[in-house]
Structures are given as C-alpha cells and as structure tokens.
Ligand binder design. Structure first.
Ligand code: SF4
Length: 387
C-alpha cells in the first residue's frame, strides 16, 4: 500500500482578517479558480490533512471538500480565524471528529489590533466556547508570537488550559504565502523570555504532548535568533501543500512559489514522481530559510524523534531531580547575544526579513488582473456579502 502523506490544502486565498504580519488579504484568489472537489478527489491517501486559507470558511462549499477529504485522510484539522461562527458550528455537526484551530493573537486589545477584525477576539473566543459546548473534542487556538503579543503568551496558555484546549504557537515568517518579506522579531531577548516561561509551564504539566510542545517552542527561540533548524526539513518528500490553483508545493515558507506540478492538469502519480517534483526536492535539500512552523516541524519531529525525546528526558530529569528549570541561555546564540559576541544587525542579516524585496503573491494572472480595478479587501467583502 502507498505510504500515507501529510498534506495541507489551501482552499482559498480570500481572507476577511487584516493581520499585520500577513498581506494575503490584499491578494485574494478568484472564487471560480479555487480548488474544486474534482481536484480534491485526485489527492493521495493522507495520515493528516490541514485545511487552511486565507479564511477557509469563506468558501460555502467547504463541507463538500471536507466530505471528500475524509475519504482519504485519517485526521483533518481546519485553521480558521473563527469569525464565521455559524458556518463552523454547522460543519462540526456533520464532522464531530474534525479538529478546529482558531487563531487568537493575544488578549482582546492585542488580538484585535493585530488581526484587524472587528470584535475579533470575542467572536473567536465565543466560537471556541460554543464548539466545546457542542461536545467537540479536538478544539484549540493558535498564536503567532511577535513583539506586540509575546507578553500575552502565558495568559493565553492558561486560558487554553482552563478551557481544556490545545494551544499552538508560531512566530513570524516571510514568504509568498504571507505576501510578506519584512516580518522580523525586534526584541529577541524579550520574546525569548516569554517562550522560556511557556516552555517551563509546558514541562511542568503531566502531558507528554505538552513536553514535546515545549521542544517545539525551544526551536522557536532558536528560530527567532535566525539559527539553523534544530531538525532537518523534509518537505516535499512525504509532505505537500496544494494551493487554490491546484499547484502542489513543498511548503508555504519559500520566498517565491515553488511548483512541483498541477493537480488540475496531472494525475497525482504523474505529478509526484515527475521531473519537476524532483527539481523542487533538490531545492528543498539545500533550502536555507530555516523555518520553524508546525507544518514542517511536526513531520520532522516524528521522523527524527530521538532528538526531541532526548531533549524532553533531559529537561524532565533536571526539573524533577535537580529542581532546575529550562533556561533560554541553554541556546549558545542567546548567550552570545547577551554577551555582545553577536549583534542585532548580524542576526537580522541571517533572517529571511528583506525590507527591500518585493513579496511575490503566488496569484494566477486572472486573480491578479482583478486587482487592477478593486482592492483585495473590496473584492472579498463583496464575495462575503453575496453568500
Ligand atoms: S526550510 Fe523547509 S519549510 Fe522552510 S522554506 Fe525551506 S523547504 Fe520550506
């Protein structure tokens, strides 16, 4: 039997939020070009599928997509901003086993300032509570940690515990997917300190899953100091992304869109085993972007499990027998920065942030053509009001 893959389906590039760290809302896809159920049917068997956007719930046929994906995927998680409460609850009625992750970027004021959604925190939080009341088991929230919201990390983690929910973290990245090249952490020690506090909270718990999340957050400290990834990146080998145009890509972290093939035009086997896919894999082998996003780290943590296990055992041992907490200064680069051996400018130069670059948006010609007359925000607002 063919090996099951890990897939992410970007069902739309339309988004109703206005996040400060992502310009995707300015570069939406055209609804009539977005990935169809017919193309979804051609995807391979998967052990995990993430459905994301844009905002996936802008699509009114999302249920049809999920129904089709369940025929080929063991587990599905949808990433959403939680704004379309009724649509989310309605979908969950048919698929109570599905996972829902709502992006909440901080406590009320911080979240609304970052996400730019009217009453976004309350809408997201209400959606989460209603999902739990409806008996949904796999519910959680995700936060993209940055200078503006790092201090809300622990309060939000504690809130997730109170609600019995998963809590996922990320940090700022630059790529065509985010239509962004200027994201960067400015006060690295402050943000790292907040991650350190979270890591200690996670290590304190009795949940092995949280101990491994602690390792992931340890990797985020390493990432924000622009260091080499703690684990190899094997995207495009047993993991893929597919965009709204049916283009299959290794990941969402590349500067420009890297295309392995197009599933509207090719069969899966033809695409996956084709020459173009091999060329992209070759690029991935030499990729120096050092992303640390759950989409590329989770498969790596499973594949190279011995490293995270050793880290977890060491830190649980130190905590239990020596009463020693995790410290961000375990990372040599954090010590070097504190001791003035490396400067902020040197770390900035190692990052993917490039203020002079023009971010590619990965849009089709037709989607881009529409932006000549109207802004992305206007186009998406019109789509939403029509449905
Ligand atoms: S490090 Fe991995 S996830 Fe990041 S851009 Fe390179 S290939 Fe993609």
């Amino acid at each position: 039997m063919a090996k099951k893959l890990n897939g992410t389906v970007i069902v739309t590039y339309r988004c109703n939020a206005r996040c400060t760290m992502c310009n995707r809302y300015k570069a939406p896809s055209r609804a009539d070009e977005e990935i169809s159920v017919e193309t979804i049917k051609k995807l391979p068997p998967m052990y995990f599928t993430n459905i994301t956007g844009g905002e996936p719930f802008i699509r009114t046929d999302l249920k049809d997509i999920v129904r089709e994906l369940y025929k080929k995927s063991d587990r599905i998680v949808i990433s959403t901003n939680g704004y379309f409460t009724d649509r989310i609850l309605d979908l969950c009625k048919e698929f109570p086993q599905i996972g829902i992750r709502i992006s909440i970027e901080g406590l009320e004021e911080t979240n609304n300032a970052i996400r730019g959604l009217d009453d976004g925190f309350n809408r997201g939080y209400e959606t989460l509570k209603k999902l739990v009341e409806a008996g949904m088991k796999d519910v959680g929230f995700g936060m993209t940690v940055q200078d503006k919201n790092a201090r809300d990390l622990i309060p939000l983690y504690l809130l997730s515990n109170e609600l019995g929910m998963e809590f996922a973290t990320a940090s700022l990245h630059n790529s065509f997917y985010f239509v962004e090249s200027g994201n960067i952490i400015k006060d690295r020690p402050m943000v790292a300190q907040c991650f350190e506090d979270l890591i200690n909270e996670l290590l304190k718990s009795n949940s092995p899953k949280k101990w491994f999340r602690a390792y992931f957050n340890h990797g985020l400290i390493n990432y924000i100091y622009s260091q080499k990834r703690l684990l190899p990146c094997d995207m495009s080998f047993d993991t893929f992304f597919i965009d709204p145009y049916g283009d299959v890509m290794p990941c969402n972290g590349t500067k420009d869109k890297e295309v392995m093939g197009n599933l509207n035009e090719q069969s899966w086997d033809e695409l996956w085993n084709g020459e173009q896919a091999e060329k992209v894999r070759e690029k991935v082998r030499h990729c120096d972007r050092n992303c640390w996003m759950i989409g590329s780290v989770s498969p790596a943590m499973h594949k190279y499990i011995s490293k995270p296990i050793r880290w977890v055992i060491k830190h649980k041992f130190l905590r239990f027998f020596k009463k020693k907490k995790y410290s961000m200064y375990e990372n040599a680069i954090v010590r070097d920065y504190r001791d003035g051996k490396v400067t902020k400018e040197q770390l900035d130069a190692l990052s993917t942030c490039d203020m002079t670059a023009v971010a590619n948006d990965g849009l089709s010609e037709a989607s881009r053509e529409r932006l000549k007359d109207k802004s992305g925000e206007e186009l998406v607002a019109a789509d939403i009001s029509e449905n």
